[in-house]
Design a protein around this ligand. Structure first.
Ligand code: NOJ
Ligand code: CA
Length: 698
């Protein structure tokens, strides 16, 4: 292994076909090395022709030989009987630019092994497997090439195994076919029990058929290696959960199915599956810095999307979750009135926030949650009579604020499909360039699930159609993020986790303080999160919510703008709660949303994380640090700052006596000067945080 570390990496841009042992791999042993040589993937065919792979990191096995294969309807399985027909190893490197993102430039540098397999006996079907080894992890995918005798497949099961090397500590949510909005659990792999979450009290729907977990699922081995399992470029295929074998410490792909179709995936040949990915790092921060998932996606296919600009936004949203107003009009407490919207537009304009989201503006809200017959109910064109859409847009334009559209489908995607063109054309005409979509409830038709192939294709249609009409999509109750923002930069953000809303109404009291320090190392590895931070009225005072509150300090709410990545960040609280608390609001006014670079300075899964990000265009730096229910001292060395430049720093830290439950509003705001030689200690309160803005002097 060391030999390969010592060899310098030459600037190969083209793919090179190689015949024997090289610094890219060893064809004799079917092994491919990552560019620095820290990671190796080896393919093997057993005596009976079963394909398998294993993975090593720094010379140590991290995935034991794990088998691969498929079961089909009306065709024999493809699990063994293969021989290698051809193979090849190649190298690739490029730098590409994110239209918006955690960093501007991304290095995409890997070595690839392709193995072409064919069954030795009839029907002699062919299957190709691609392995890419990066310095931050690996990806592999299957290709069903064009071949005689097979023009399509109906996949009943994909049998990709991940055989673990020990009883690792795992951070996981259940492999629910309907929803990702579960809290993360921290257990040993041998103790994973997903079935306990069937029919969870806080969720309108769950469907957890197996003891399986959803991805990303993150693990730490005994010797401190960090692994996260996920998928990239989920296209025309079912989402993958991972079934856990708690005895043998192994996981196997369990694709989300369809009771209506009775299969998992149906495809015409040729096609390629999504990439199966494993991010690998010596430490937890390395997982967040990894760009494996976006790198395994294809370059931009929709051209210039500069009609979308990253922004902060406010909206008629939290007031419904807090019970102040309602989405529907019949209650007499309708939130989305023209007058109320203008109030939010004024607030956005005064504070430099780019957008205003309005939920509950359109007809249909009388029949959403809890109604089984939700087809044809929501209308994405017709406003309630007390909401003047054209006037609101006119007023927003006058104030220099963009409106953000809202389409709650109530998980009736066929109704949405029928109206998508008209609804996006309306947005296009009004100059509204982004929409928040929602899919609350059990999916219709019954028997399809949120994460199956049918819905994967629906969510994709919205993105592709959106690009056509210059509409960017922020989906709630989405399909998981698999890095498609590289190909479709109008896929700007999504929910796909237990968001801030749970703090307003969950029967269990909301998200515990360890939630976000876990999310940063799990869900966030998939991509941008519309978490909607910035609640200042932490105790929900005045809202008749005796059993709910936000379970963080105010300083942590600020830190989340840096810690949680999204090109759109909501200032989620009501204008009056910000107006009553102006000094901390300054941080939200100042903080960036689009980044030149990101440095994950420190962190441990579920405990704490500290991230610094430099804003594009201004050179300003922002830092966020959050902790779980434990207080802790974080030492920050500011060596990420530009050497030789002095920065004016505004520090927003927990007050001495701050505590997420007893004293969440205690915050200490100070100003100082910093440079790249500075180092400081900060105390984070239980459930607390730290936010710092740093502006270059002059
Ligand atoms: C669920 C979304 O997550 C939430 O943000 C939204 O307010 C409701 N659906 C209504 O669409
Ligand atoms: Ca939700």
């Amino acid at each position: 292994m060391r030999i390969f570390n010592l060899l310098s990496v030459l600037g190969f841009v083209a793919l090179l076909g190689l015949s024997a042992c090289s610094k890219f791999g060893d064809l004799d042993t079917n092994t491919v090395y990552s560019p620095s040589g820290n990671i190796t993937v080896q393919f093997e065919l057993s005596a009976n022709g079963t394909p398998s792979y294993n993975v090593s990191f720094n010379g140590k096995n991290v995935i034991k030989p794990s088998s691969m294969g498929f079961d089909f309807k009306d065709q024999p399985s493809m699990n063994s009987g293969f021989e290698i027909i051809d193979k090849n190893i190649s190298h690739f490197e490029e730098n590409w630019e994110m239209q918006w993102g955690e960093q501007r430039e991304v290095e995409n540098n890997f070595n690839q092994l392709v193995v072409n397999l064919r069954e030795k006996e009839s029907p002699n079907r062919a299957l190709n497997i691609y392995f890419k080894a990066y310095d931050d992890g690996i990806g592999f995918r299957y290709e069903f090439p064009e071949q005689d005798g097979v023009d399509s497949v109906i996949i009943m099961d994909e049998n990709t195994q991940f055989d673990l090397t020990g009883d690792h500590t795992a951070w996981w949510i259940p492999g629910d076919w309907e929803i990702y909005e579960h809290l993360y659990n921290e257990t040993k792999v041998s103790e994973i029990d997903a079935l306990q979450f069937v029919n969870h009290e806080n969720l309108a729907q769950t469907y957890i058929p197996e003891n399986a977990v959803n991805t990303p699922v993150t693990m730490r081995t005994e010797d401190g290696t960090h692994l996260s399992f996920h998928e990239a470029n989920l296209t025309d295929y079912a989402g993958m959960t991972l079934k856990i074998d708690t005895d043998n410490l192994s996981m196997t792909s369990e694709l989300v199915g369809s009771d209506l179709q009775g299969y998992k995936v149906k495809r015409e040949l040729p096609f390629k599956t999504p990439w199966r990915t494993i991010q690998i790092s010596e430490d937890a921060p390395g997982l967040i810095e990894s760009k494996l998932i976006v790198n395994l996606n294809e370059p931009n296919k929709v051209g210039d999307v500069s009609w979308f600009t990253p922004m902060k936004y406010v909206g008629i949203w939290w007031e419904m979750h807090a019970g102040v107003s309602t989405w529907d009009m019949a209650s007499g407490k309708h939130g989305a009135t023209t007058e109320n919207t203008k109030r939010y537009i004024d607030f956005a304009a005064e504070n430099g926030f780019g957008g205003v989201l309005v939920e509950g503006w359109n007809t249909g809200w009388e029949r959403w949650i809890g109604f089984p017959d939700r087809e044809g109910v929501f209308d994405f064109i017709t406003p309630y009579p007390d909401y003047d859409l054209e006037e609101v847009v006119r007023y927003a334009n006058e104030k220099g604020v963009q409106m953000i559209m809202h389409h709650e489908t109530s998980a009736a995607p066929r109704t949405y499909d029928l109206q998508m063109d008209t609804a996006y054309a309306l947005m296009n005409r009004l100059g509204i360039h982004s929409v928040k979509t929602g899919y609350v409830g059990p999916l219709l038709p019954t028997g399809e699930y949120h994460h199956g192939q049918w819905m994967v294709n629906h969510y994709r249609r919205a993105i592709v159609k959106g690009a056509k009409y210059q509409v960017a999509i922020n989906a709630h109750e989405p399909i998981k993020d698999t890095g498609l923002r590289r190909t479709y930069p109008n896929a700007i953000a999504r929910e796909g986790l237990r968001g801030q809303e749970f703090n307003a109404w969950a029967a269990d009291g909301g998200n515990p303080p360890n939630h976000l320090p876990t999310v940063a190392f799990t869900r966030m590895l998939a991509g941008p999160i519309d978490f909607t931070p910035g609640i200042f009225n932490i105790k929900l005072d005045g809202y008749n919510k005796p059993n709910n509150q936000v379970n963080t300090t105010l300083a942590q709410q600020l830190a989340l703008y840096v810690v949680i990545y999204s090109p759109i960040q909501m200032a989620a609280d009501l204008p009056e709660n910000y107006e009553a608390n102006d000094p901390p609001l300054q941080f939200i006014r100042d903080v960036g949303v689009d980044w030149e670079q990101t440095k994950v300075l420190d962190g441990q899964i579920g405990d704490f994380v500290t991230i610094a990000r430099q804003e594009r265009g201004t050179g300003n730096w922002f830092l966020g640090s959050i902790t779980n229910e434990e207080s802790r001292t974080v030492t920050i060395s500011f060596d990420f700052l530009e050497p030789g430049t002095e920065y004016i720093a505004k520090i927003y830290k927990d007050g001495k006596d701050a505590h997420w439950d007893n004293n969440p509003l205690s915050i200490d705001i100070t100003e100082t000067e910093l440079n790249s030689n500075s180092s400081m200690n900060f105390e984070l309160a239980p459930g607390g945080g730290l936010a710092i803005s740093m502006f270059p002097k002059n």
